[in-house]
Design a protein around this ligand. Structure first.
Ligand code: KE4
Length: 437
């Protein structure tokens, strides 16, 4: 049994939370950080190194969300830190073109051949929002198809829930989203090609694009069913709609070339984020040259951004993607082996305790669903016992293992996670599940 850290005390985090609540709704700058889905008080992070987060009270945690994906090489990875430091000495931003933008773009297009041309933006939301505008311009159509459980950022047209019937229009998924905008989006069940066929039959010649997470991370991790991605590609090509692969989370994660490489499928437009910026704000939307050249200043589709292609973000992206490219042969097998060991080790402890748990994993992204499974779409994921997940999350955090604070999020690990982290995590799970037996 590995020695586990004593349960942490967090007086400074509590004081920082109170101060933060004076300035930010819920004390956070992104809702999931407030721990609303799991309960308990979120620690405030002061610094991080490798696989470990250190909070404001000096407590250490194994990090299994990695800034929600970007930190695939671990925190404060020296080549990335040094690249940012070097770039910062030349000023943080110019608002003019730099060589570094094409340096990163060259790497992106090698990894994602579907991306013949691209544009950098500063978030995944900007990337998907812009890709949808481009798809509507390219097709002259208005309707967008998305899938329940897939999250593509918080642009109005993507905060949409499924309507009453499969082919009926969406309803606002957030206050402030006008129903007129929600009605332009259809939200269909994932992994169901008949639902997609029905939508195209109900709206012939009106669907501009189908956007999806090729491996879902935002319902928890859900893999595409065999043939699903190829089926979507065939239907969209037949119907003259664009297929947008939202690889913000999966890009460089499930393979160097993302899900498109892993499953051998193509897409008309691809969005990237997270890892491509190495932890700094970068989003990418790109694809076939004919579509991308519709963008200003060449074409009629307007899109812009003050900090797009920011030199510090480019430096972090080049260092991160560059390292992944030159070390792919060992990085991805290592991530696979570490993720297999820790996820199956924890699942075995749950099984031994008779706790229903379904493990969905693709490479180094995964979710332990607290339900008997299978989990192949959002409706099945939603059957999970979220209270049980909350208890698990809090117990693991108390033992120095920081999981993503929601049943409906994917966990990630990095090249900095090794045998010690795996053993400590499994021991913490064993402690928890043996207590609930
Ligand atoms: P951002 O605007 O948060 O950079 O990216 C939006 C986005 C787009 N597409 C996919 C597939 C994504 O996963 C995301 C953002 N992911 C969430 C995590 N589930 C970000 C974490 C947060 O909202 O704080």
């Amino acid at each position: 049994m590995n020695s586990l850290p004593p349960a942490p005390t967090r007086p400074r985090s509590q004081a920082l939370q109170q101060r933060a609540e004076r300035f930010f709704p819920g004390g956070v700058n992104s809702p999931v950080r407030a721990f609303g889905a799991v309960g308990g008080a979120p620690p405030f992070v002061e610094r991080a190194e490798g696989a470990w987060l250190i909070d404001a009270d000096g407590n250490r945690y194994i990090d299994y969300f990695g800034s929600w994906g970007p930190m695939i090489l671990g925190h404060a990875f020296p080549p990335v830190v040094e690249a940012i430091e070097r770039a910062a000495r030349n000023s943080a931003s110019f608002g003019a073109s730099t060589a570094a933008e094409a340096d990163l773009a060259e790497r992106v297009t090698v990894c994602f051949p579907a991306i013949e041309k691209m544009r950098f933006v500063s978030s995944g939301t900007e990337a998907t929002m812009s890709a949808i505008r481009l798809a509507r311009a390219a097709t002259g159509r208005k309707i967008i198809v998305k899938f329940e459980g897939c999250y593509h950022g918080h642009a109005d047209g993507l905060l949409v829930k499924a309507g009453s019937g499969v082919a009926t229009f969406g309803i606002p998924g957030s206050a402030g989203v006008p129903e007129e905008i929600a009605r332009l989006t259809l939200a269909l069940p994932y992994n169901d090609l008949t639902a997609v066929e029905a939508a195209f039959a109900a709206h012939p010649g009106a669907i501009a694009a189908v956007i999806l997470e090729p491996v879902v991370g935002n319902a928890g991790c859900i893999a595409p069913a065999p043939g699903y991605l190829a089926g979507l590609r065939a239907v969209t090509q037949r119907e003259g709609a664009l297929l947008i692969a939202d690889e913000v989370m999966t890009g460089f994660r499930v393979a160097l070339g993302g899900a498109l490489e892993l499953y051998g499928v193509d897409a008309d437009l691809v969005t990237l984020g997270k890892i491509v910026g190495g932890g700094l704000p970068v989003g990418v939307f790109g694809g076939k040259r004919a579509f991308m050249d519709l963008l200003a200043p060449l074409g009629p589709v307007y899109q812009a951004g003050t900090l797009s292609g920011n030199p510090l973000a480019m430096a972090a992206g080049i260092a991160t993607v560059g390292y992944l490219q030159t070390h792919a042969a060992e990085v991805y097998p290592q991530l696979e082996a570490t993720a297999k060991a820790v996820t199956e080790g924890v699942a075995a402890e749950a099984d031994h305790a008779g706790v229903p748990l379904t493990l969905n994993r693709v490479g180094s992204m995964w979710t332990w669903f607290f339900t008997a499974g299978p989990v192949t779409d959002y409706a099945q994921a939603a059957r999970s016992d979220t209270a049980a997940f909350g208890r698990f999350h809090r117990a693991m955090l108390e033992q120095g293992v920081w999981l993503p604070p929601s049943q409906f999020e994917a966990a990630f690990l990095s090249t900095a996670h090794g045998a010690q982290e795996v053993a400590t995590t499994i021991d913490a799970a064993k402690n928890y599940f043996s207590a609930v037996e």
